[in-house]
Write a protein that binds this ligand. Structure first.
Ligand code: GLU
Length: 484
């Protein structure tokens, strides 16, 4: 692919960038996650760096292999490749345990023996007193002599002071440490929690830049404490604002499909979705259209918006329409091919297939629409649409259509240009405007009121089918005339 050339060029002054995409495999690849993946991918590609792909699957109940496959498939379809991984956190429990032991040894973490009953009671009391529920540090300096007593491991968060995050999007963010309690880093069953695994992984995988949703800003303060305790280097952070629906509320099913693969199924081109996503939360002047290479070249953290963006289906369709018009025909045809197969339309003639796609591309917004509109060129004739027939197949066109039928039978060569002349000749012979003949003819041979130019339409349907369908249309008209 083209951008690889770019990558090589940039390697010369690479600043050793490592980004990461670490989804939790609990569902399909969400539009928001895809945008996060894209920004990380662009940033890595821009600097000739690396993108790490990691599956944060420690929640074994909610993580599924099916979700992993859907995420991988979504990324593959979008063309977001990675340089390292996929890593599974469930493969790394030994390493997390090692770090937890290290934190316990250094006193940065402690065992907490509080049972559910105590924690529930604490929460109730705090709620009643209108205090934010949080752990009260009861076990911070308590030791248990009882063997086999169940415990969790908590991180010893500083009680005072502030944590400053120098965020590339939000600027300097200050969080009071007193706002944060001693979070659990390992549960009683030995399973490490997100805050610990994410820090250990980012450290072990040499991640230099963390670009993720700004719903993680508070988590970052917690994670920075663990980073400091491990004497690990601080990555650069860029917290990107959320994606909302048009109503300003967080994007949900209510706003239409939220999974990347459902946009694929609806006939969106990957480049259109990437272009839409790159602009959804990032800008470079007023530019809208970016090739993949331009995205790589121009993407920067400075251009990320500070406020949330609204997901707008119409805008996405606008991009899609643009790329359906503009993509090289060969490429568009390859994108369209699986949709034809899915709809049961069999492509036998490659040249015809390219012509069909070429003829439809200016008339549609999605690949699915190309297929829907191409049914008259493939497979069995489904009959004449009732309202189109009523409107266009009238007595007045009986003669010109009969005339056309005769000429089509003999027409040689069968080319769009010759067919055009043929229809023009009949129109002028009948003293009718071209459109007055072409439209009924269109309905007669396609069964519907809309198709590409009449010449291409006739050409693509072919002589035999044109004659058969015209016969049906002529019978319809005669019947209509007789019964009038
Ligand atoms: N697995 C986390 C998520 O999907 C990753 C958060 C992060 O980027 O640190 O939200």
């Amino acid at each position: 692919m083209q951008y690889n050339i770019y990558k090589l060029k940039q390697c010369v002054n690479s600043m050793n960038v490592v980004t990461r995409f670490p989804p939790s495999p609990t569902g399909d690849l969400h539009i928001g996650s895809a945008r996060t993946a894209l920004y990380n991918w662009l940033f890595a590609r821009k600097y000739g760096g690396e993108l790490v792909f990691r599956l944060e699957d420690t929640d074994r109940e909610r993580s599924t292999e099916q979700a992993v496959e859907a995420i991988v498939e979504g990324m593959r379809w979008l063309g977001l490749d990675y340089d390292s991984g996929p890593y599974y956190q469930t493969d790394r429990f030994k390493r997390y345990k090692e770090v937890v032991d290290q934190l316990l040894d250094s006193g940065c973490a402690y065992r907490c023996y509080c049972d559910r009953e105590r924690l529930d009671k604490l929460r109730e009391e705090q709620t009643a007193a209108k205090i934010k529920p949080r752990y009260d540090g009861y076990c911070r300096d308590r030791h248990s002599d009882v063997q086999n007593e169940s415990y969790v491991v908590r991180f010893r968060t500083p009680l005072n002071g502030t944590t400053k995050i120098d965020d590339k999007v939000h600027g300097l963010v200050t969080i009071e440490n007193s706002e944060l309690d001693d979070l659990i880093i390992m549960r009683s069953d030995g399973v490490p929690t997100y805050h610990l695994t994410v820090v250990v992984d980012d450290f072990d995988m040499n991640v230099t830049h963390i670009i993720r949703g700004d719903d993680h800003l508070n988590n970052t303060a917690r994670q920075l404490h663990i980073i400091e305790a491990l004497e690990a280097p601080r990555p650069v952070y860029a917290h990107i604002p959320m994606i909302n629906g048009v109503d300003g509320k967080r994007l949900s099913k209510r706003d239409g499909a939220t999974s990347v693969l459902s946009y694929r199924d609806e006939g969106i081109l990957p480049h259109a979705l990437l272009n839409y996503l790159v602009r959804l939360g990032w800008s470079q002047g007023d530019d809208e259209i970016f090739s993949i290479d331009q995205m790589i070249e121009q993407f920067n953290l400075d251009g990320i918006n500070k406020s949330a963006s609204a997901f707008d289906q119409e805008k996405l369709l606008w991009f899609n329409q643009h790329y359906i018009h503009e993509a090289p025909l060969e490429e568009l045809a390859e994108h369209a091919r699986p949709y034809f197969a899915k709809a049961g339309l069999h492509i036998k003639d490659e040249e015809k297939f390219r012509l069909v796609v070429g003829a439809q591309r200016t008339r549609v917004k999605t690949l699915v629409e190309i297929v829907e509109k191409s049914a008259p060129f493939y497979g069995p004739f489904l009959g004449h649409d009732e309202s189109a027939a009523k409107k266009h197949l009238r007595g007045i066109v009986l003669e010109p259509l009969e005339d056309i039928r005769e000429l089509l039978r003999e027409q040689n060569p069968w080319t769009a240009a010759e067919l055009h002349t043929l229809v023009e000749t009949v129109a002028s012979r009948s003293n009718m405007k071209l459109g007055k003949v072409a439209q009924p003819l269109r309905v007669a041979v396609t069964g519907v009121a809309a198709s590409p130019g009449i010449d291409v339409t006739l050409f693509l349907i072919g002589r035999e089918e044109c004659l058969k369908r015209l016969d049906l249309a002529l019978a319809y008209i005669k019947n209509r005339v007789q019964s009038a």
